[in-house]
Design a protein around this ligand. Sequence first.
Ligand code: UDP
Ligand code: MG
Length: 154
Amino acid sequence: MEQSLVIIKPSGVQRGLIGKIIDRFQQKGLIICGLKMMNLSEELLREHYAHLVEKPFFPTLLKSMMATPVVVICLKGVDAVAVVRGMVGTTNARNAAPGTIRGDYGMSSQENIVHASDSPENGVIETKRFFKPEEIFDYTPVCINFIYAPDELN
Ligand code: UDP
Ligand code: MG
């Protein structure tokens, strides 16, 4: 199964959306294998957003991501990365489709409520970036055979 790293950003924390966002992923059938609150350092953010450090908006993005603690979540599931990205919606929340997290809760391309990994490779890399090995829990929900058919679990 794939892993996806989700961050409930300061915009989601401040807006009181932590519970609602976690609930959406659980209701979908994604498995929570890591969950914690933390402050993000500039060093960690420069690594996480390495593809954006030259962008003019990077200083405000840094400030925004360090404004309050965030909640980091590791989700597991078949095709979890694409499933979670679909649930999150497009980067600019004003354009994100209704029914997505950004589409339902956001009005900004920066203050867009959540981060989600953009590839299976980054799902693994980002999980290791934000969680220690002992903070990730590999367990099987008792209802796993009611989430997936047997041939989907191989
Ligand atoms: N961002 C921004 N302005 C932009 C593009 C991105 O402030 O024009 C911020 C926004 O918070 C976004 C983050 O930078 O979520 C990472 O950008 P990316 O292109 O990776 O978008 P995402 O994968 O989060 O949809
Ligand atoms: Mg991205």
